[in-house]
Design a protein around this ligand. Sequence first.
Ligand SMILES: *[C@@H]1O[C@H](CO)[C@@H](O)[C@H](O)[C@H]1NC(C)=O
Ligand SMILES: *[C@@H]1O[C@H](CO)[C@@H](O)[C@H](O)[C@H]1NC(C)=O
Ligand SMILES: *[C@@H]1O[C@H](CO)[C@@H](O)[C@H](O)[C@H]1NC(C)=O
Ligand SMILES: *[C@@H]1O[C@H](CO)[C@@H](O)[C@H](O)[C@H]1NC(C)=O
Ligand SMILES: *[C@@H]1O[C@H](CO)[C@@H](O)[C@H](O)[C@H]1NC(C)=O
Length: 448
Amino acid sequence: MFTQFLFFLINFLLVSSDGDVVGKITVGYQGWFAAIGDGSPINTWWHWAKIGQQPPSPTNVAVISWPDMREYNTSFQTNFSNLGNGQPASLYSSFTDQTISTQFKWMSQYSIDVAALQRFNPNGIEGPIRDAMAAKVRTNAEKYGVKFYIMYDVSDWTNFQTEIKADWTNKMQAYTNSPAYARQNGKPVVCIWGFGFNDPQRPFGPAECLDVLNWFKAQGLYVIGGVPTHWRTGDQDSQPNFTQVYDAFNMISPWMVGRIANVNDVDRFYTDVNTPDLAYLKARGIDYQPCILPGNLSHHDRYHGELMWRQFYNMARLGVQAIYISMFDEYNEGNQIAKTAENAKMVPTNYNFVTLDEDGVVCSSDYYLRLTTDGGKMFKGQTPITPIRPTLPTCPLNFAQSKVNNRSCLAFISTTTDWNTANQQCGQLAPGAALVSMDSAFQNSAIQ
Ligand SMILES: *[C@@H]1O[C@H](CO)[C@@H](O)[C@H](O)[C@H]1NC(C)=O
Ligand SMILES: *[C@@H]1O[C@H](CO)[C@@H](O)[C@H](O)[C@H]1NC(C)=O
Ligand SMILES: *[C@@H]1O[C@H](CO)[C@@H](O)[C@H](O)[C@H]1NC(C)=O
Ligand SMILES: *[C@@H]1O[C@H](CO)[C@@H](O)[C@H](O)[C@H]1NC(C)=O
Ligand SMILES: *[C@@H]1O[C@H](CO)[C@@H](O)[C@H](O)[C@H]1NC(C)=O
């Protein structure tokens, strides 16, 4: 009995209580798209095109997904053919105020708590626009009631050991004065992504990484580590001798992009990686912020939300402290949750961008934002933990474009627990047919 109490007490003391990241949904925010003529200091097609001096085209493209452009009032003409609906193929710049404002408004609308602004080496040609984006993130986070923190990415940052400290002191630290700057355990939050990876982009040794990590902690910060998937076992994507570094973080957030492509993979990682990771971290009083991703759209990994929901389900039943979603606007890796082209009408006709209806299930452009809302509710205990994906592929937004009419759509919304009753009520189901899931509803040709 006493031992049990002691265990309870130890666990209670070790695990951080809710703050701006613990108990919350954080999204990685790139904000790294620009266009020639957007007024930005970089003035190139940054991250849209391989050769930034020339407009994106089928032979000069750096993204694998196309955004839903309908809510941006400013866009830049590419050299792709028109979209399937005849409209010009134009793209946004993250630097445009109305664009970043729209994106932070979505975060707020879809109950995303925190944006982690990615900050790569800011000392080269990208420095000025990265600085400008940090200021715009602050403005919009404050405006829309979203928290934010700086997430350094040390990839290819050769002199990071001294430069990252100078960047924090001279530039980023000032952002902690913002009421929107995320705090955990009373401390401003910073994340450093890239320590311990076993690859040439991040060849840094444990001593320099530990020096930087301890320096940030000494600044009074709560420090998150964006670490390799196999950090705990120190093999595969992780260097072997980083245990001391990993153990020094306040929170661990292992990378998952490129590791899972179907629900079986998700479950395998739940058993072999997430469960032992959490046990290891709990025993050491380190918080755990596993990564959830929608899946590489271009690679057909999403299964209209099944991949992402399974991760939410597994992390909710595991009882992790926090969630990191990779990413909000990562159109380059096809792992964006932000609004995305729904179908062939919304992408250039002369390139095969994969759209959200790729497996035959019509999904609204905001589908992965809505799924994030629902996953967040489950994670926070506001809805029961369930493996059944509750997020309707279409409606209530944009369903004028879906195959499903208003009546059946609204019936589904009001009775998400009982598809058959819903169908009987709206009279959409073919005689004798039975619905067992949302999928069968939307794949059922009886519903038009
Ligand atoms: C876009 O919207 C913003 C904010 O509402 C406004 O200030 C700006 O003038 C608009 N731009 C265009 C091109 O309509
Ligand atoms: C646009 O693409 C066409 C080929 O489709 C090419 O001839 C033209 O030079 C391109 N324009 C620009 C501005 O890159
Ligand atoms: C850590 O491990 C890597 C890979 O085995 C090795 O190259 C490096 O020298 C080791 N560093 C230290 C400080 O032991
Ligand atoms: C996503 O899929 C595309 C197309 O198969 C591939 O080229 C790309 O490397 C994938 N991205 C990631 C991050 O796995
Ligand atoms: C469907 O219903 C919504 C309101 O619930 C309405 O705004 C919309 O115009 C309707 N669309 C059609 C095609 O009837």
